[in-house]
Design a protein around this ligand. Structure first.
Ligand code: ZN
Length: 441
């Protein structure tokens, strides 16, 4: 997964047990390994090597060696999934899949599911191109949850959260997270993690694992989803391997590998802006954006830079996602993480998002934060949005609300009237009319 979830001691324990330490394996190794998927000779060699490894590092063995020297990239690797693979019924893998199948049923009726056909077709199509022969095995669900995240369950259920779609700049960056998740799937990292948990921990942990899987994401609240995300979290080796596989899949479809590095730079910038250290975002709390990871991705991108005419596809991405920008930005501001949201708005403005829209939401940020001088800053941002772009009609309603708080009654009435003029059929028109009448009296 791209992000990790909550920070309960239980999960901290798990991450220690699963050995989040660096080792000799590199992104380059992972990238090269992934390239062997299409090479029958390399595949045969890998298979032979795997058989050897199974003998020496069987799962059932005490994992002492792994704790002492946490796994070179291939130390306890499972074989890649083959297209159409379903685990045989007697295996623990089948049990894991069945649990996830049940969870998928709940996902289908989740209130957070974004069903828009055009957006789903867009993300689905890109996933398919990246996944190649595995296309049919992967189901993508887009959820309206304002955190940067994507997850991959062992049975091929991929979740993409709206907080990620808001933050990505172009199709190549979307390809970065989709292919990374496909990497986790192909390498069966969930199964590795599940076995780590079972081997290293007591029955209680296994029960918690099952409960969390069963409880999400139909539960619908973000805490439950964050819990699930945490359980599906991977260690550093697995993340590196997924990055390597992801880059390879991007490479095969000619998506600019430089955008993987660019994406991580953006995430780091937003994380640095988050001053709320007491209640950091679950993503940043448990998964500090890593400079090492960003730089490793940059090295690979630099080496590959001259190889192809790389695709970035900003226009196609904007066409698919921009109808949701207002909704996603409203969800973002509801989190109340204003420092981080301001950094995000600045990044989106730099990207070329309509200045009326970024300006409006800057004003909304000040209005909702309501600190010293924030109402005045909100009015300035609204004015700037009106002068520089085409903000939504709701800007006038927000202006009216701020002016009313500042006891500028006549100005508030004017702003509310402008809102109704632009949007006479607004759902809250009656309510706003009451305000106007109230200001008259
Ligand atoms: Zn990951």
């Amino acid at each position: 997964m791209i992000r990790l979830g909550v920070t309960a001691a239980f999960f901290v324990t798990l991450s220690v047990l699963t050995g989040c330490q660096t080792n000799k394996a590199t992104y380059k190794d992972a990238f090269d390994q992934a390239g062997k998927r299409n090479d029958p000779k390399a595949q045969a060699e890998m298979k032979k090597e795997l058989e050897e490894q199974k003998k020496t590092a069987a799962w059932a063995e005490p994992r002492r060696a792994h704790l002492d020297d946490p796994a070179p990239l291939s130390a306890y690797r499972l074989e890649d999934l083959s297209p159409g693979h379903r685990p045989s019924i007697e295996t623990d893998e089948a049990g894991l899949w069945m649990t996830m199948d049940r969870s998928e049923q709940r996902l289908k009726t989740s209130g957070r599911l974004i069903k828009d056909p055009a957006l789903n077709a867009y993300v689905r199509d890109l996933t398919c191109r990246l996944a190649g022969p595995h296309c049919k095995d992967i189901r993508v669900y887009i959820l309206r949850i304002p955190y940067f995240n994507a997850t991959m369950a062992p049975n091929g259920v991929m979740q993409v959260w709206s907080g990620a779609l808001l933050r990505l700049r172009n199709e190549a960056q979307l390809a970065t997270i989709l292919s990374h998740e496909i990497g986790h799937y192909l390498r069966r990292h969930s199964l590795q993690r599940y076995r780590d948990i079972v081997n290293k921990s007591g029955a209680l942990v296994v029960l918690q694992f099952a409960a969390a899987l069963a409880g999400a994401p139909g539960a619908g609240d973000i805490a439950a989803l964050a819990l699930l995300a945490s359980i599906q979290s991977y260690n550093r080796d697995q993340e590196r391997e997924a990055d390597g596989y992801g880059l390879r899949l991007m490479y095969e479809q000619s998506y600019d590998p430089g955008e993987a590095h660019e994406l991580w730079s953006r995430i780091l910038k937003e994380s640095d802006a988050d001053k709320d250290k007491k209640a950091p975002d679950p993503f940043f709390a448990s998964h500090p954006p890593s400079v090492e990871r960003r730089d490793a991705l940059k090295d690979i991108a630099t080496k590959l830079s001259g190889e192809k005419d790389w695709l970035v596809n900003r226009e196609a991405y904007v066409a698919a996602v921009s109808p949701f920008w207002q909704q996603f930005l409203r969800d973002e501001l509801k989190l109340g993480k204003f420092d981080r949201s301001m950094a995000l708005l600045e990044t989106l403005a730099e990207d070329g998002m309509e200045p009326g829209l970024t300006g409006f939401f800057k004003g909304e940020l000040y209005r909702l934060r309501n600190g010293d001088g924030d109402y005045a800053s909100a009015l300035m941002a609204y004015e700037e949005a009106l002068n520089s772009g085409q903000p939504p009609a709701e800007l006038h309603r927000s202006m009216g609300l701020v002016l009313r708080k500042l006891k500028r009654v006549e100005d508030a009435r004017g702003a509310f009237s402008k809102y109704l003029l632009l949007k006479p059929d607004a759902k809250d028109a009656e309510f706003i009319r009451m305000f106007i009448d109230g200001e008259n009296s």
